[in-house]
Design a protein around this ligand. Structure first.
Ligand SMILES: Cc1ncc(COP(=O)(O)O)c(C=O)c1O
Length: 369
């Protein structure tokens, strides 16, 4: 494996230093939640043992029930990141090829690169409203060589979603080319007002592997609980073997809390979604007031990816002033292997006041640069 650090990690807010950032619009999750003891608790006699390798049986059952799957279809992992790592390392070797959408969450591209396999990036374009180009996808597929198609929906960084019809079309291509489809659905439960109703990918075909977690929609990345869902028994055995080699099982403490979160999921979402919607409305209002910024509005998730269309802008100066003068931080295009004239705004993480000030600061820095 040829590991290398990526810009999004090197320049993450915790690496830059929280003392320099007052308006953090660079995160992709709902605001960090606290261990609220009225909702979550740990039994005093909790044995600090290893847990079931596939994951806490009750948690697997609860997640399976949500999607009308079987508990055997659920493998708990340390966040979605570990689930992605399990899938990539279990299915890809240096002789294989993957087709992966770009821009994307870095791990989805960097892990296949680190494995040394052929990585065909399927570019999504602002001009095409970040939609998937099926003709291009098919030209990238190679029978016997392509092992995996890798998609993210809601997409990071644009927030665009694939429809159920598109997922079916991809499933037909996967059948035709004999490959599997990794669908990173980490933002699935953050549904914005006009989000389409889309089936969970893993319920549509046993070639699909859905990945998600409690990090983004529930604001609990510190729990490090995620999962992969797949109906293919042989694949699940392989993924379990990978998990056992990497970290054996999850933390019993985190799984215990995660079960309680999932059991009260409706309550958590009912408390959070009005806040997400309010922040999203503030973002939309701001976008209308800044002629130099163009956007394709997201369908879901916690982020949108905007394009600066101001002529003769000094782009490095814009980011420098935004941070140094306005203490405001966004995810610049280079985090996603895109020009820095694009940047990601995380609108669901800051409080409404922080968001509104942060957005006003972006407008002011744009005028200066
Ligand atoms: C699309 C996507 N998948 C997975 C992850 C990893 O999330 P987790 O905290 O669940 O490991 C991220 C984090 O930014 C992400 O954006």
């Amino acid at each position: 494996m040829q590991y290398r650090r990526s810009a999004i990690e090197i320049e993450s807010p915790e690496q830059i230093g929280y003392d320099r950032i007052r308006y953090n619009l660079s995160e992709s999750s709902f605001s960090d939640q606290y261990l609220d003891l009225s909702k979550l608790s740990l039994p005093p006699q909790l044995s600090l043992s290893y847990t079931n390798h596939a994951g806490n049986p009750e948690l697997r059952q609860a997640i399976a029930d949500t999607y009308q799957l079987q508990p055997d279809h659920v493998l708990i992992s340390a966040g979605a990141a570990a689930a992605l790592f399990i899938v990539h390392t279990a299915l890809l070797s240096a002789n294989d090829a993957i087709v992966v959408v770009s821009p994307n969450y870095t791990t989805n591209i960097e892990t296949p690169r680190a494995i040394g396999c052929r990585v065909h990036t399927l570019r999504l374009d602002f001009q095409r409203q970040w939609s998937l180009d099926f003709d291009r996808l098919e030209t990238l597929l190679r029978r016997d060589r392509t092992k995996l198609i890798s998609l993210t929906t809601p997409h990071n960084p644009s927030g665009k979603m694939l429809s159920t019809a598109e997922l079916y079309a991809i499933s037909r291509l996967a059948d035709q080319y004999g490959c599997y489809v990794l669908v990173d659905e980490t933002y699935r439960d953050l549904r914005l007002p006009n989000a389409p109703d889309v089936a969970l990918a893993a319920t549509l075909s046993d070639r699909f592997i859905s990945v998600s977690s409690l990090s983004k929609a529930y604001g609990m990345p510190g729990l490090r609980i995620g999962w992969l869902l797949c109906q293919n028994t042989a694949l699940n055995e392989l993924f379990l073997a990978a998990k056992e080699h990497i970290f054996v099982c999850n933390s019993i403490i985190n799984e215990t809390l995660a079960l309680q979160v999932w059991q009260q999921r409706a309550l958590f979402l009912a408390q959070m979604m009005p806040q997400v919607n309010m922040r999203y409305a503030a973002l939309c209002q701001w976008l209308h007031s800044v002629p130099d910024i163009k956007v394709v509005l997201p369908d879901g998730g916690a982020v949108c990816f905007v394009h600066i269309e101001k002529q003769n802008i000094d782009i490095d100066d814009f980011y420098r002033q935004l941070l140094d003068i306005y203490q405001t931080y966004v995810g610049r295009g280079a985090w996603f292997e895109m020009p820095d004239t694009y940047f990601r705004i995380g609108f669901a993480y800051p409080s409404i006041t922080e968001l509104e000030i942060g957005l006003a600061n972006i407008k002011a820095a744009l005028e200066l640069a």
